[in-house]
Design a protein around this ligand. Structure first.
Ligand SMILES: [Zn+2]
Ligand SMILES: [Zn+2]
Length: 264
């Protein structure tokens, strides 16, 4: 099984998960050209992607969906509330740059979707978009997570994280960098709030409860302005060491279009 970040952070997110002959993408916040280049560097033909799953409608996760669908005719999955149908019915949301996504299939929490060799479960998370989710992807043997954009954890999420053989999870900001940084107060409050993003320390707490020493972790969606890969890794290392766990398997995805992978 392979999990790799094609792009991560507020300038665009996309994650590739493959097992056997099946590959899926989670989120499409980058251009077709960037996606194509990133997939080709992994030896994956974009036409072979079986499905695209969307976590939520914020533009850094969904802005590339329309062009991607047009280019490759790949079915797109997401919650009903993320869809363009819902957005049209309900009008604007008034929140953070959210867009309706052209979906082909609606997913529900707790329901496993079988796509080739992969089974995909959506778990609700707390974030200021319509019905955002994290995905847990299983190939019958190993399970991996794609968890980005959440303000706080929840018991079901942590239960699922504990079942994972590899974890991709956001470590968005260092609280003191955010506090001292250039963002307006309203945005600072949004980011650090319960429907915003996890700080390095919050991510560390989730991992501390859930991982064992064998679990490789990719820290993702790091803020370019309010975090560094070193700070994110340090925070998680510190928390895990306190629990007596070794920490060699933790890596941070740099907040650029960096491609970092875990193979299981
Ligand atoms: Zn978001
Ligand atoms: Zn995001």
């Amino acid at each position: 099984m392979l999990i790799t970040s094609l792009a991560s952070g507020s300038s665009g997110n996309s994650t590739l998960v493959c097992s056997g002959s099946t590959c899926i993408l989670v989120d499409m916040g980058i251009s077709v050209r960037k996606t194509q280049a990133a997939l080709q560097s992994k030896g994956v033909d974009p036409k072979k992607i079986a499905a695209l799953f969307i976590t939520h409608g914020h533009s850094d996760h969904a802005s590339g969906v329309r062009a991607f669908k047009r280019a490759f005719q790949i079915p797109v999955y997401g919650t009903y509330e993320t869809s363009d149908i819902y957005v049209e019915q309900r009008g604007g949301y008034g929140g953070y740059q959210e867009m309706g996504v052209e979906l082909d299939n609606f997913i529900k929490e707790g329901e496993d979707r079988q796509i080739g060799d992969l089974s995909i479960e959506a778990v609700r998370i707390s974030h200021d978009a319509r019905h955002p989710v994290a995905y847990f992807i299983h190939n019958g043997n190993k399970k991996v997570s794609v968890i980005t954009d959440l303000g706080e954890s929840n018991p079901l999420l942590e239960k699922r994280v504990g079942e994972c053989n590899a974890i991709l999870i956001e470590a968005n900001h260092d609280p003191s960098m955010l506090e001292r940084g250039p963002y307006p107060d309203m945005l600072k409050r949004r980011i650090s709030g319960a429907r915003g993003h996890l700080s390095n320390q919050q991510t560390a707490k989730v991992l501390r409860r859930a991982v064992n020493e064998e679990t490789p972790v990719l820290l993702a969606h790091l803020s370019k302005i309010n975090n560094t890969p070193q700070l994110a890794i340090q925070a998680v290392h510190g928390a895990l060491r306190e629990s007596g766990l070794k920490t060699e398997r933790i890596r941070a995805v740099a907040p650029y279009n960096d491609s970092t992978e875990i193979r299981l």
